[in-house]
Design a protein around this ligand. Structure first.
Ligand code: SF4
Length: 168
């Protein structure tokens, strides 16, 4: 099984603030025998530095907090990472929730105040549109927790996560 995973969820310091967001449930998944990981970071793939100003989606563009336009860089890095995950033939992706690149379904609202809106990060949308299922680390955490409580994992991809972790 091959899984594309946001680099910061694996502990790689790729975030805008120079930090990382290691997620134990995702790292466990990545370390399972038989799981191959394709670590991706569309923002650093675009050549953006670490650290860099935070960015959010606003009015159909991606803007940096300092006022610069990040749209082209986000699109370029996302396209490069999509090529990589397509070439690898990943089964699904686990991408960092709420990120302007990796967020799936909910992202920051463009005000840089912590608010959220329905929406997709630039890279997550490309992965979704390529037909690859996209989960967040929160989905993985929820799935692992419910499987450990003995509850079933109904959705096929979440069941796949459970199988990869030996929970089904
Ligand atoms: S672009 Fe994605 S992988 Fe890179 S730091 Fe942001 S959330 Fe993590």
């Amino acid at each position: 099984m091959r899984i594309a995973i946001s680099a910061c969820l694996l502990g790689i310091p790729a975030r805008y603030d120079g930090g990382t967001k290691p997620c134990p449930a995702v790292i466990s998944l990545a370390e399972e025998p038989g799981v191959e990981v394709v670590a991706v970071c569309p923002e650093t793939a675009a050549g953006l530095p670490v650290p860099r100003p935070p960015a959010e989606h606003r009015d159909g563009r991606v803007v940096f907090a300092d006022g610069g336009d990040a749209t082209e860089a986000f699109e370029r890095g996302s396209a490069a990472c999509l090529e990589e995950v397509l070439a690898a033939g990943v089964d699904f992706a686990v991408l960092k929730a709420k990120s302007p690149s990796c967020g799936a379904g909910r992202i920051h609202d463009g005000t840089f105040t912590g608010g959220l809106v329905d929406g997709w990060g630039t890279f997550a949308a490309l992965v979704r549109d390529a037909g690859i299922p996209v989960l967040s680390e929160e989905d993985v955490e929820r799935t692992v927790a419910s499987a450990r409580r003995g509850e079933s994992c109904d959705e096929s991809i979440l069941a796949l996560v459970c199988r990869a972790l030996g929970l089904l």
